[in-house]
Design a protein around this ligand. Structure first.
Ligand code: PEP
Ligand code: MG
Length: 583
């Protein structure tokens, strides 16, 4: 039994499927003198094909994205011309009379290791270029195509060192019934995607990818963060029973679907969902979402060739707006970077990607890309109730610049006579400490705030949200976080705008009481969490929640706050443990 961080609830029982960086370690095979020439010719063909592939990718980047970033691939081309790598491989094939893929992978590994031990950091990082390109050559030598997670032919539990958000977005839940990884944190976008797809998942299991074998049977208990490898019959039966019980609880909660999110003393809040891909909408409506509080549009840019065109954006937003109408849909503009990347935009690798060239920073420097999205949002705004929201705003200048781009786009549309909702509301995410501390200034320029606690917590506590080693420090109940949130809500209300939250904190039952008591107006979360949170809101009174806030604001540690909130929740709703924490 291994314990990790349960990031998506539910139980999955099935066979392991080891997935990850391909281990292309070709077997050694002796060859005859007569085969040498054929081996060398095969090698030259594979090198030529790989060079051609890279030139094509380079060309595409230069044409579709920009010339500046295409040079990243020059480093890959240089590896292919590396005299030592090529000549040493050929020499050894001739002398040792061994198959070329075996020799090549050996020489390649030696070269990569030499880079790794260099003093210069830049050169050390080239080791991964060498391995990347080596894998490409080997694939061409072995005639293999990489399998992706969208074309599995049977039900599996994916076991990996890590999964990127784009890998996860490709999963079909009929085939991938659960996944577990060595690394990762609860608010990583891989974890968020797992909840969106309702796939039970556990991250931060340290070395599970090395412990599990291809034929192993696994139980993934995403609710409690527990994986059991090759369980005995008794354990299996216990979990099968549990699966049935979960369904019963879910059915009970589903009865609340059409009731308002209102406290016992009549205080109503908005309970809405986060959306990553439009396919989630039926599930979102089935869970009772009264709108979309955060549409993470960047997933639209992942797993595709070429950037989405304006019309593709428009069709997607129009369809989401229509399906959700009359409810509102808050479209967040492109938030790439951090842990979300696409090969379409060769954003250079950075030392601190979460604090780097991401989200609005990227969009303001690439108005060509930004405007395509804004135009599409504006055009789609006549088909439903759309709002727009900028991510990662760190100060008023950025907000004003973004609004200026929006105004330019509106003016262009007006000139062309293309209709859009003139009163489209604009909001900002409050997810940097600087935005939180200047919320009073920002509030004057927007119609609403949505607090992005996933990022706000990582920046205010200086704790990387995807690093499992420091996950214990990622504390939503830290007094610093609570003070920031309270300040934002107050500042927003003082300026007469509403304040919501769209970080994962909104789905933590005990913390919902605190947020409610602080006067938060809107809660947006993964759809799966909605029924439980509605149940809690409908069980408590605003008065009780306010009293709890007073109490927790006097406490000095995250643990004390959490303890206090949990105690209160248990008092108000003694059934809660039975519903959310199963053994
Ligand atoms: C957040 O940061 O809280 C948020 C909702 O945005 P994302 O998780 O996509 O960074
Ligand atoms: Mg964020």
């Amino acid at each position: 039994m291994l314990k990790g961080i349960g990031v998506s609830p539910g139980v999955a029982i099935g066979k392991a499927f080891l997935w990850g960086r391909e281990r292309l370690s070709p077997p050694r095979r002796e060859i005859s003198e007569g085969e040498v020439a054929g081996e060398l010719a095969r090698f030259e063909r594979a090198l030529a094909r790989t060079t051609e592939e890279i030139i094509q990718i380079r060309k595409k980047i230069a044409q579709e994205i920009d010339g500046e970033h295409a040079h990243i691939l020059d480093a890959h081309l240089l590896v292919l011309e590396d005299v030592l790598l090529i000549e040493e491989t050929m020499r050894r094939v001739e002398q040792e009379k061994v198959n070329v893929e075996y020799v090549f992978s050996d020489v390649l590994e030696q070269l990569a290791r030499r880079f790794e031990t260099m003093d210069d950091e830049y050169l050390r990082e080239r080791a991964s270029d060498v391995r990347d390109i080596g894998r490409r050559v080997l694939r061409n030598l072995l005639g293999r195509k990489r399998k992706d997670l969208s074309d599995l032919d049977k039900e599996v539990i994916v076991v990996a060192y890590d999964l990127s958000p784009s890998d996860t977005a490709l999963m079909h839940k009929e085939k991938v019934i659960g996944f577990v990884t060595d690394v990762g944190g609860k608010t990583s976008h891989t974890a968020i995607m797992a909840r969106a797809l309702e796939i039970p998942a556990i991250v931060g299991l340290k070395d599970i990818s090395a412990r599990v074998n291809r034929t192993d049977q696994l139980i993934v208990d995403g609710t409690n963060g527990v994986v059991i490898i090759n369980p005995d019959e008794e354990t299996l039966n216990r979990y099968r029973k549990e699966e049935v019980e979960i369904k019963v609880v879910e059915r009970k909660l589903a009865e609340l679907k059409d009731l308002p999110a209102e406290t016992r003393d009549g205080h109503r809040v908005e309970l809405v969902a986060n959306l990553e891909i439009p396919e989630e909408i039926p599930s979102l409506l089935a869970h009772g979402a009264a709108g979309i509080g955060l549409y993470r549009t960047e997933f639209f840019y992942l797993n595709r060739s070429g950037l989405p065109t304006e019309d593709e954006h428009y069709q997607a937003y129009k369809s989401v707006a229509e399906q959700m109408s009359p409810h509102s849909v808050i479209i967040r503009t492109l938030d790439l970077g951090g842990d979300k990347f696409t090969s379409q935009l060769e954003i250079p690798r950075e030392m601190n990607p979460f604090m780097g060239w991401r989200a609005i920073r990227f969009c303001l420097e690439r108005p060509d890309i930004f405007k395509v999205q804004l135009r599409a949002i504006l055009r789609a705004s006549t088909h439903g109730n759309l709002k727009v929201m900028y991510p990662m705003i760190s100060g008023i200048e950025e907000l004003k610049r973004a609004n200026q781009v929006l105004e330019e786009v509106k003016e262009e549309l007006r000139k062309k006579g293309i209709p859009f909702a003139e009163d489209l509301e604009v909001g900002v995410m409050i997810e940097t400490p600087s935005a939180a501390m200047t919320a009073d200034i920002l509030a004057k320029e927007v119609k609403f705030f949505s607090i992005g606690t996933n990022d706000l917590i990582q920046y205010s506590l200086a704790v990387d949200r995807v690093n499992e080693k420091i996950a214990y420090l990622y504390e939503p109940t830290h007094p610093a976080v609570l003070r920031l949130i309270e300040g934002v809500i107050e500042a927003g209300h003082r300026e007469g705008i509403w304040v919501g939250i769209c970080g994962e904190m909104a789905a933590e039952p005990a913390l919902v009481l605190i947020l409610l008591g602080m006067g938060l107006d809107e809660f947006s979360m993964s759809a799966v969490a909605l029924p439980e949170i509605k149940k809690i809101i409908r069980t408590v009174t605003l008065k009780e929640a306010k009293k709890l806030v007073k109490q927790v604001l006097t406490l000095s540690t995250a643990e004390e706050v959490e303890e206090c909130a949990r105690k209160k929740l248990l008092e108000i709703d003694p059934e809660i443990l039975r519903r959310t924490e199963r053994k």
